[in-house]
Design a protein around this ligand. Structure first.
Ligand code: DON
Length: 306
């Protein structure tokens, strides 16, 4: 088994580079279509704090749905388990991430916190208990990453708000079932800002070490209990890649969460967190080259969780 090194990561990137021409950059949020389509980067932070990186690992991009893991983590520190899981489920949806179909049939309770409906409910909960949810998220991510200048890309957040018909429909449908308590546009603004967090692979890999390290951040602070970290990893395995979660587990075998900005964060518990970025997406909305590089890495390291 090869040792982890920057050179190994560069070799893996070169193997998947042809795939960067094959995926489609997300365009349903116009600002996302402005990214460099052929970008490709990877960063790994190990449990003992070593950093490895290659390619465009230091170019920031829109984290999009990767933020759903962060908002759930903050909610876990403010709400009891019962309070959270009576409003959002823990099951894979098997549906596109912005689908409304199941929500109507299941009385406004989203299947899991990683589809749009679930993340909107989580943001609604944060709106209730936090005085400044946007500021709190910035403080959280700056602490996790050890980087003081992480911020929201306001251009992306505005673009999402201007094209928010589907998310608004989801939120209003949940409100009709009594599962959404605050003002819809206020909560959507928070949700869009979270999605518009602008970070690079190095910052993401550093930030998500708490899921590899039983709830402890890179600087040693406790973010979640070991049990909560394990539970989030379980949800990422079953629901982190939307209706592609089964295929992803089969190919890569790691808890992971994707975003339509082309980022994926993956975790090997007790070993490392891995961030990849390539904006071209597959039909489900997951990074095409990003998934391929994680598959190669998992084979090379012989170190997936499954
Ligand atoms: O609400 C949306 O549609 C986007 N802000 C986030 C979607 C997303 O990243 C789904 N990911 N694969």
């Amino acid at each position: 088994m090869p040792e982890l090194s920057n050179a190994l990561l560069e070799t893996l990137l070169e193997q998947v580079r042809p795939l960067t021409a094959r995926g489609a950059v997300a365009s349903y949020i116009p600002a996302l279509a402005e990214v460099p389509a052929h970008a490709l980067g990877i960063a790994i932070v190990t449990s003992d704090g070593q950093l490895f990186q290659a390619g465009d690992a230091q170019t920031r991009f829109s984290v999009q749905s990767i933020s759903k893991v962060l908002s759930l983590s903050v909610a876990l520190t403010r709400y009891s388990d019962d309070e959270i899981w009576q409003r959002v489920g823990k099951e894979p949806s098997g549906q596109p991430f912005n689908s409304l179909v199941q929500l109507e049939l299941e009385h406004g309770k989203p299947r899991n916190p990683f589809i749009n409906a679930g993340a909107l409910v989580v943001c609604d909960m944060l709106e209730t208990r936090l005085t400044a949810p946007r500021q709190r998220m910035l403080e959280f991510i700056r602490q996790l990453s050890g980087t003081a200048d992480i911020n929201y890309d306001r251009h992306v957040a505005r673009s999402e708000y201007e094209h928010s018909a589907r998310n608004a429909a989801i939120a209003w449908l949940m409100k009709s079932f009594g599962n959404f308590h605050n003002d819809v546009s206020k909560v959507m603004q928070t949700y869009f800002h979270y999605c518009a967090l602008s970070m690079n692979c190095v910052e993401l890999a550093r930030s998500f070490v708490y899921l590899a390290n039983q709830g402890k951040a890179v600087d040693g602070t406790t973010i979640l209990t070991p049990r909560q970290a394990r539970q989030i990893n379980a949800l990422m395995i079953t629901s982190g890649m939307y209706d592609g979660a089964g295929e992803f587990a089969w190919r890569v075998g790691m808890p992971a969460k994707s975003g339509v900005g082309g980022g994926i964060i993956a975790v090997i518990p007790n070993k490392m967190s891995i961030a990849v970025w390539s904006p071209g997406l597959d039909a489900i909305g997951n990074s095409l080259a990003g998934t391929a590089v994680l598959e190669l890495l998992s084979e090379q390291l012989g170190s997936s969780v499954l």
